[in-house]
Design a protein around this ligand. Structure first.
Ligand SMILES: Nc1ncnc2c1ncn2[C@@H]1O[C@H](COP(=O)(O)OP(=O)(O)O)[C@@H](O)[C@H]1O
Ligand SMILES: [Mg+2]
Length: 159
């Protein structure tokens, strides 16, 4: 049942052109059915809603201190307590190359985080696990309050 809900939310159940409320509702529903371990990438320009969606996912994952879910642009890595293990949230925007990734302890983050949320994942490109759930957000030129959402569910299914 959970697996079906997950597949639906990653497929036809994903809103293509959500306003803030529907992005939030989708993120909460998705967070509630995520398997562990899971890596989710959030890509998109500044202000497209990566952190807004991260917060919704965290709400669904049971994080209570939602105010703590902010862009980890300067801290690079933030961690939030959740009932079934911590959520790790990283922002790779300021990384310059693979050696920065190593300094961040990337392999450990991927191996040891029950749920890993990654903003600006292009910096990690080939270092992402193959079963990563990829989410991209873009501004909608016609509707300032809406976004264009795309989901790339892993071919072999989620873990
Ligand atoms: N449909 C929408 N989806 C997500 N955010 C939206 C939407 N419409 C307006 N917004 C606003 O856009 C901003 C997105 O900011 P944020 O989540 O910090 O973006 P990012 O992390 O991608 O830089 C928030 O102020 C949010 O309220
Ligand atoms: Mg952000």
């Amino acid at each position: 049942m959970v697996a079906e809900t997950l597949a639906h939310l990653l497929g036809r159940g994903a809103p293509r052109n959500p306003d803030r409320d529907s992005l939030d509702a989708w993120g909460k529903a998705l967070g509630a059915v995520l398997p562990r371990p899971t890596v989710i990438t959030l890509e998109g320009d500044l202000g497209t809603g990566k952190t807004t969606l991260a917060r919704a996912l965290c709400a669904g994952l049971g994080v209570l201190a939602l105010d703590a879910v902010t862009s980890p642009t300067f801290s690079l890595v933030q961690q939030y307590a959740a009932p079934r293990g911590p959520i790790v949230h990283v922002d790779l925007y300021r990384l310059k190359g693979p050696s920065d990734l190593e300094a961040l302890g990337w392999d450990e983050l991927v191996d040891q985080s029950p749920v890993l949320l990654v903003e600006w994942p292009d910096r990690a490109a080939k270092m992402l696990p193959s079963d990563t759930i990829g989410i991209s957000l873009a501004h909608d030129p016609d509707h300032p309050g809406r976004r264009l959402l795309k989901v790339h569910a892993p071919r072999g299914g989620v873990r």
